[in-house]
Design a protein around this ligand. Structure first.
Ligand SMILES: C[S@@+](CC[C@H](N)C(=O)[O-])C[C@H]1O[C@@H](n2cnc3c(N)ncnc32)[C@H](O)[C@@H]1O
Length: 273
């Protein structure tokens, strides 16, 4: 988007003053505030989230697990937005009125969450490891409205270096193999897609290839019972990226165009709600 368009969007959404104030805060060594109103963005991951939310019967409650600077979080259009992060990279003392931020590990957040708290959509984008993302997925599924949808970031690694589970190991290997530590890291969240496909057949799995990088969308099918329970992880924990992706993205990922997925979601919601 060019400068004039970006400026116009800031004016239309009433965020211009806040962006200027943030720039001055950052120049003075302070953290920025989240923008008070969502940027009406159709781009990037916020574009996917807003499109999915618009296909659901309600968009009252959104949760983001791993919010970092809040770039995606502040662009999401939902009634109430909750975020959890061990170390958010923005100032949490002044938040938009419909926003709550929990500064703690996601495991603690879910352990303390009321059992009856449900979300229309949850975006899982914290530590990109199979073990952590699996725990977050199980908790998330158990806190999802009937029509709720989960989005998982970075489910298809760029290469075997990006697929190394530990981020600092991945960066070291990137320096050795590619000559730069600025290599993208996606970790081994990809194992979760295979785990779900085999052990959680009551979840529907779809993967979108863009924008910017692949992500996976999941929701519960009609046969879902009352609770998701973790299954044994040894089969996929020991699988290597080279084996799993030897012939490209495995079929279990169910790669689809976002528009087709939105049709599926609208169709399901028309039939069941
Ligand atoms: C990739 S960034 C999130 C980016 C953000 N979702 C966005 O779209 O702009 C990952 C964030 O997850 C947080 N994080 C890592 N492990 C976590 C955990 N166990 N619990 C909560 N947050 C975690 C990190 O502090 C970091 O800010």
């Amino acid at each position: 988007m060019n400068f004039a368009k970006r400026l116009l969007r800031l004016v239309i959404t009433g965020n211009l003053f806040h962006v200027v104030r943030n720039k001055s805060r950052i120049a003075n060594g302070k953290k920025h505030y989240l923008l008070p109103r969502p940027l009406d963005t159709k781009y990037g991951v916020a574009g996917i989230i807003n499109s999915v939310l618009s296909a659901l019967p309600k968009r009252d409650n959104y949760l983001e697990v791993g919010i970092f600077k809040g770039a995606t979080f502040q662009s999401v259009i939902a009634g109430n937005k909750w975020g959890v992060d061990i170390d958010p990279a923005f100032d949490i003392t002044k938040l938009p009125r419909n926003v709550k931020v929990f500064v703690k590990p996601s495991d603690n957040f879910f352990a303390e969450l009321n059992l009856d708290k449900m979300f229309d959509m949850i975006y899982i984008d914290a530590e990109h490891t199979f073990a952590q993302a699996y725990r977050e997925l199980v908790h998330s599924v158990n806190h999802l409205s009937k029509w709720g949808v989960i989005l998982l970031d970075d489910t298809v690694p760029f290469d075997d270096v990006a697929a190394i589970s530990d981020e600092s190991e991945s960066k070291k290997e990137a320096l050795r193999v590619h000559g730069t530590s600025k290599w993208s890291h996606q970790g081994d969240v990809w194992k979760l897609i295979l785990q779900v496909s085999e052990f959680h057949k009551d979840l529907i799995v779809r993967t979108v290839l863009g924008p910017s990088r692949p992500r996976t969308i999941m929701w519960r099918n009609k046969s879902f019972g009352t609770k998701m329970q973790m299954a044994m992880t040894n089969k996929y924990a020991s699988l290597t990226y080279e084996t799993a992706f030897a012939s490209g993205i495995p079929n279990e990922f169910n790669v689809k165009d976002l528009n087709e997925i939105l049709v599926e979601l609208r169709d399901m919601n028309l039939k069941t709600h």
